[in-house]
Design a protein around this ligand. Sequence first.
Ligand code: ADP
Ligand code: MG
Length: 258
Amino acid sequence: MEPVVELQHITHVYVSDREASLALDGLDLKVYPGEFVSLVGPSGCGKTTLLSIIAGLLQPTRGGAFVYGRKVEGTTPEVGYMLQQDYLFPWRTIFENASIGLELTGRLDEKHLSRTSSLLEEMGLEGARNLYPQQLSGGMRQRVALVRTLSTDPGLLLLDEPFSALDYQTKLQLEDLISETLRERNKTAILVTHDLSEAVAVSDRVILLESHPGKIRRTFEVPEHIRLARPLMAREQDGFNELFHEIWREMENAGEKE
Ligand code: ADP
Ligand code: MG
């Protein structure tokens, strides 16, 4: 099977006028169609840098990034990017915010607009379409951001800590909603999170990075019975805690290296 994402020896150096810092050092990674992969690791280990490279927002210093077999040379509608901050425009209604991707890619037609409406409905936002972002809770705003990301139908989703600003209960509900929505549509996803329990609950694979310089320390396969359970239930499966603690210990070791 052709990977959706292939990273070949990605190295990235940030250069400022005073110093150069090696953020990523020769990182290789393949992510296959329909996979849900999480990236975890200490703060500053290069997770956001890696997503920006895959998204085409940042050119790596060395190495190649490929998405659907093509070299990444800029942003493309095939890749959706969702961040911790929702970046909704306060002067636009929820529906106008949700459809902005269609506007920017010249697809503001009947078919895509009705897709956006059904997505809003699916996310429980049908009553909010004519409201403004400041009238919504944090969890609702992240759901709008998800609809906006999905409206252009990207095959690959990059999620950079999309739940971390939410309260615990909203976060669990949203994890559930996002992971079900993406699985139903057979999307491929890469999630960055600092929450190990979230990573184990939603992913097929958890990739632990170490820092300074950022590289893959270890990959953990999530057992099938945990993968098949919805995120909320996954936390109660046999073996969940053991896997959580195994990743935790390894992450502590990764931190001690610094
Ligand atoms: P993470 O998302 O895992 O916390 P980042 O990818 O944001 O890590 O950062 C990786 C490393 O690169 C850190 O040491 C950070 O300080 C550095 N870095 C990130 N962005 C920049 C930038 N624009 N200029 C200089 N250094 C940066
Ligand atoms: Mg980050």
